[in-house]
Design a protein around this ligand. Sequence first.
Ligand SMILES: [Zn+2]
Ligand SMILES: [Zn+2]
Ligand SMILES: [Zn+2]
Length: 103
Amino acid sequence: MTLDAQGTNATNRAGLNGQAPRCDHINQLSAVEYGPPECKDCLAHGRTWARLLVCLTCGWVACSDDARGGHAKAHYRETDHPVVAALDPGSTWRWCYVHRRTV
Ligand SMILES: [Zn+2]
Ligand SMILES: [Zn+2]
Ligand SMILES: [Zn+2]
């Protein structure tokens, strides 16, 4: 069974010497409503964040690990939701925690 016919167009741009396994996680996502643009965990501790990410599985918004919080990654550890996107409008950056690369 080959999966190459589908999904490669959007995902193979990163192409790490052809070694990178394709990320199937993004194919499992459906549209979610994003939460408010703030990291609730940081707010609870009176911290600030560098960048906000949104979980594409459930819409949970949390901070990237550019700063101390890393709450988006913590969300992944708790939930196994694999893919986040930058919350910045117009950004197409997405990250798969399982494959540890942009997707
Ligand atoms: Zn993946
Ligand atoms: Zn945070
Ligand atoms: Zn989630």
